[in-house]
Design a protein around this ligand. Structure first.
Ligand code: SF4
Length: 410
């Protein structure tokens, strides 16, 4: 697949990605008769999600046999759900459509490789109380719900989100909050799920107030894909409520430039205007964004939406995700083609969540070629090599062997 003509990741695009960087509306598509007040109401969008094979077949007669079989089995693994708004971004004529790949189930999800896991990040083994993951010393992951506006077929928490696999997730906010209050080393709480922005404004405000009342909590974060799946949820009322809890950061999850519509840009603008720093977490996915031109267009478009690209994740070893997993080699190639080739703010950190619970490990092309006590040999993005003299930090450049030093002291 060349960089000039892409299939399966957004149609023809110039090498500069200009086509992909254009902002367009998702439109009304199949729902052109629906009154605007309903269409723009996030509760209407949730109520009218596509959740069954029958609905999917009716709206998309071009389903492939693999998709048909996948949709039939989705209810036993990870539910099928797509908001009407997001559904309009799918190109029904393109089997390789990057939006379609992310939300339409496929039969390949039922194939589990020997190295794949149901809990690849080892969250359950680092959970002191249900719904709370305490893996790093100073911060916790606070799971608030198992529901999302739509379900990503590669979801790292597919063991619990949507409850199709019978995980029976029941967070107990009082116990989760009591644990945090009893552990003064925790200074940062990340609300996630499922999607926290599916909670009502009142419920979310109540939860944030409880957390803000804990004196050692310095920083709150929300991880959400709602601005992408359901931008209608980002109401002025929600933004006004969230801004009461600063410092509060929000990490969105977007993978492809076509997800960044005019609706999404406006929703993100409302959040940014409320003073909420925005970051993006993308997942590197085969035939979706494993291409430098697509990824670069996406990252640059995020900046245009006032979002700082934060991470690119190597897709976790979640059971049934092999068909969507791009190689680490491809990830490194993309990073090599970003650093120095575009704005530094557009270059996220590429990480692998170490399988089994080792945490995030940054992986990067090698820029330090060699290093000793006196100098560092580096290369730049063009491959040119430079020598940087090491600063003298007080460490003697040449220390005598320990035996000689010890003999001199006696
Ligand atoms: S929005 Fe997040 S939690 Fe929900 S299915 Fe997608 S990746 Fe999983």
């Amino acid at each position: 697949m060349s960089n000039d003509t892409l299939s399966g990741n957004g149609g023809a695009v110039s090498a500069t990605g200009n086509t992909l960087k254009q902002f367009t509306s998702a439109g009304r598509g199949y729902w052109s008769d629906v009154p605007a007040a309903d269409w723009n109401d996030w509760r209407w969008q949730l109520k009218h999600r596509i959740t069954s094979l029958e609905q999917l077949q009716r709206l998309m007669p071009t389903l492939t046999p693999e998709e048909l079989a996948g949709a039939q089995l989705a209810k036993t693994k990870l539910a099928l759900a797509i908001t009407p708004y997001f559904f309009n971004l799918i190109d029904p004529a393109d089997e390789g459509c990057p939006i379609r790949q992310q939300v339409i189930p496929r039969i390949e999800e039922t194939h589990t490789a020997a190295w794949e896991m149901s809990d690849p990040c080892g969250e359950d083994s680092h959970s002191p109380v249900p719904g709370l993951v305490h893996r790093y010393p100073d911060r916790v992951l606070f799971l608030v719900t198992d529901r999302c506006a739509a379900y990503c077929r590669y979801c790292t928490r597919s063991r619990l989100v949507s409850n199709a696999a019978g995980y029976d997730f029941h967070p107990e906010f009082d116990k989760q909050i009591a644990y945090i209050a009893a552990h003064p080393e925790i200074r940062d709480v990340l609300l996630s799920g499922g999607d926290p922005l599916l909670l009502s404004d009142d419920k979310l405000e109540h939860l944030l107030s409880k957390l803000r009342a804990i004196p050692h909590i310095e920083f709150l974060r929300i991880g959400t894909r709602i601005p992408i799946f359901l931008p209608q949820r980002i109401t002025p009322e929600l933004c006004a409520m969230l801004k009461k809890f600063h410092p509060l950061f929000l990490s969105i999850h977007s993978n492809h430039p076509r997800e960044l519509t005019t609706e999404v840009r406006e929703a993100l603008g409302r959040l940014a205007d409320a003073g909420i720093p925005l970051g993006n977490q993308a997942v590197l996915l085969k035939h979706v964004n494993d291409d430098t031109a697509v990824m670069k267009a996406h990252l640059q478009k995020l900046l245009m939406c006032r979002v700082r690209p934060y991470y690119i994740y190597q897709c976790d070893l979640i059971a049934g995700s092999a068909h969507l997993r791009a190689s680490v080699r491809k990830g490194l190639e993309i990073m090599e083609n970003l650093r120095g080739h575009t704005t530094g703010y557009a270059v996220p950190t590429y990480v692998i969540d170490a399988p089994g619970g080792g945490g995030k490990v940054p992986v990067s092309p090698e820029y330090v070629l060699c290093r000793n006590a006196g100098r560092v040999l580096i290369r730049n993005y063009e491959g040119k090599i430079f020598e940087y003299p090491e600063a003298n930090d007080g460490t003697p450049l040449f220390a005598p062997p320990k035996e000689i030093a010890a003999a001199q002291l006696t």
